[in-house]
Ligand binder design. Sequence first.
Ligand code: ADP
Length: 557
Amino acid sequence: MTQRAQKVKPPQRKGIDYHQAAQLSALRAFSVSFSNASPSSSFRLFAETFLEYVLQIFEADGAYLEFSPPSSSEKIRLTIGSLRDEAAWRKILFPRAKKFPLVHQGPPHPGKKITRQTGWDPKTSSLISTPIRWGNQNFGVLAIGKSGVPSFFSETDLEELALFTHYLALASKKISFKKTREEAIQEFSENLEDGIYVIDRHGRALVVNPKGRALLGIHDKEEAIRGLHDDPVLLNIRTAGGAIPTPHQLPLARALRGETFSSVEYMIRRPGEKSDVHLSLSGGFLYDKKRKIAEGILVAREITEFKQRERRLKTDLAEQKERERVRTTFLSHVSHELKTPLNVIVGYTGLLLEERYGRLPEKAKEALSRTRVNAKELAQMINDLLTLSKLEATKMIVAVEEVDLGALLRDVLKDARSLSAEKPIEFFLKIDRDLPLIKSDPAKLKEIFLNLFSNAVKYTREGSIQVLAKNLPEQRRVRVDVVDTGIGIQEADLAHLFEEFHRVEDPGMTNTPGTGLGLAIVKNMARLLHGSVEVESVYGKGSTFTIFLPYALRKRP
Ligand code: ADP
């Protein structure tokens, strides 16, 4: 038994030195093999070195490693030394060994029981294996075996082997950290929707991702970087204001100097294209361990469409503002430059007609009278224009109060009646008994109905003008119909009736004064009072204009 115990734990494998040695060897192997080669090939090298150490330390004859490092797609399979019946081991033992640590004694053969025990016949070949694990994940299996006699493995060996495989997993995990920055950034930026450009401090192009190439229309990585770093001509690069930057002002040059900037606009022209491309660029830099700038990084996003939309909006807005300004200037000009002299004409012709300045011959009186009527009409037209401009600019103030619509219609109709002095026209006003008081703006209602009534008078030679006010309780509104037996309106004209300056061409009515603004005012005012206007007409027979008004005009939100 003493003899056997000695063989189980040889002195060189005991205690702390053993662990330290293993650790040091593994780590040294790790650092040596990772210093220059590419991750996967250096990992293979590392794995080989590692296995050799393991063989030495465990005094094993052969080792088998099956491993898919977590940071590589490559699967590594290595056998070092000799493992008798490896194929059989693989078939019987390894599928289970990937899941938990195993000790196996005796040569493998189908049907042979796999055991897990603390000692066995030294003459028998034996093998231990442990899964290679990181956290909950298994990446493979490591097995070592002894085929010579007399020698065997124990449970302690198994524990120690598990420790080694843990190192292995740890080391392979570090591969990803050991990737060059270039590789890491390249991998990260491959599928990004933004263009990524990375330059090292010596001006070398490190990374240009696919989107980055597409944005610039340049396939060559070096060329793309040059266009953003030191050659303004290559990309025909300009600032948002259109200035051509000096090489010093190019975005990657700025980033390499240690500037950070965000969403700065630049324009470029892709090779072979006819219009500019707008880019929004954000830049920055990365330090190395010594806090020296190691790389400049630029992130680019195309904003051409956005810029175009913005420009369109700006032009629209500018045009609208300009129109508004012209309208306001026009309005004040109209009221001052036109209304003032007209008032003077109306005033003086009035005084002259009253013969305040002496007697006048009849002919002169007639001429003066016509002058006065025309001047008044002109003044009315100007007033209409002003009203309409204010309505359109929605500058008109609405003063809401309770309105007795019946009384209001009666008043206005009285005024309109006076216009029809010589015409054989009868007037009717019919008001529903249950017509409620409504909440609206009486001054505006007067203007609406005065326009409609005076039109009815103007365009009716004889017959009647009826005004009917009806209650529509279900719709919580009222309707007022103005029905005349006038000349009527042709179908083709109906559609344009409410447009500004639209007057129907009717040979029989060429002398009827008017501006073509009245109905436009009616429509706009009705809308202002949350109502509407409709028209029906039979040419030659007469027309009906209908105004709808809500019971109560509520302020719009
Ligand atoms: P106007 O100052 O010419 O009367 P309006 O805007 O008030 O301007 O009316 C536009 C046109 O609609 C008129 O020129 C006229 O031809 C037609 N119109 C308006 N009201 C009537 C009506 N009651 N009967 C027939 N035609 C009408």
